[in-house]
Ligand binder design. Sequence first.
Ligand code: ZN
Ligand code: ZN
Length: 378
Amino acid sequence: MAPTHVLRCCQRGLAWIPVIFIALVVCWSYYAYVVELCIFTIPSIAEKIIYMVFFHLSFVMFVWSYWKTIFTRPANPSKEFCLPKAEKEQYVKEERPESQQEILWRATANLPLYTRTGAGAIRYCDRCQVIKPDRCHHCSACDMCVLKMDHHCPWVNNCVGFSNYKFFILFLCYSLVYCLFIAATVLQYFIKFWTLCRRKSAENCPKNELPDTHAKFHVLFLFFVAAMFCISILSLFSYHLWLVGKNRSTIEAFRAPVFRTGSDKNGFSLGFGKNIAQVFGDERKFWLLPIFTRLSFSYLLSPLSRCVVIRCVVIRCVVIRCVVIRCVVIRCVVIRCVVIRCVVIRCVVIRCVVIRCGVILCGVILCVVIRCVVIRCV
Ligand SMILES: [Zn+2]
Ligand SMILES: [Zn+2]
């Protein structure tokens, strides 16, 4: 095995340490809250049940969103952004940057690209050999180009970008709820443990005081850890909510994106409501669930891509209109057929009646003739 390969494997293994650390802290917090606090410390049954129900709700949402943030693969540029084979070879052979840019200009003539490098050139990743779409950046930790890359987060060992930004925001939100709930409900027992009586059992302990048991250390640390995480997550969560409202990634907040007309830090903003819909999707009922609901084209968001979205909507409307017209036509044809059938049936009935009348008339005439002949003979 090559030394570089071994080194890369070691790096990948070490990158999981922060995730394992968080997982261990979460497992311990579960044990400390459920077993040591709810089962061994809280005397009231009703209080135990209420705490356990709300704790498990926040715990499930927190773990679900954390899981989705870690294991959702970052989205890469589609194959339209790769140079064709002949042009790629030509690009590699060329040594002059001007000639390379000419190849890129030709290749990107039909692509919805609005951002440029600081020098006004087409953004190209030499590592991935791909033209970078708007808001796409190369992550050196993941060694790939990531669509609407926000940052590489060591706490989830994944790139936060187009595919998992909603999950990341929800992870921050639910971890804040989880820590706030723990800190708020543990606080009264945290205070009681400071004024605990020295007796080892609850039987001889005065009311409103807690015995000196092993639960003491768990409850004390639970409050400290929850309060500490609360403060750090609150600042990060507030910052990302502000970014969502402005439709900026962390990278764009530090360095304004450069467009054809120059740099513009608000170049991707569509207004507060639409900016939120870009990350969380149009349907509000799915906003708080860690499932992918954002708009398909939202990672591009350049004027042309907006045109593509509008065009899709228009095409959809035309298709729906065609279907409606077709239905109306079919309905008309059916009605016409029914009318024709009715007319035919009516004609047949009339014909039958006429024939029947004719037969009866013939019978009557025949009877009269026979009667006349008989009378004459007589
Ligand atoms: Zn790249
Ligand atoms: Zn990354």
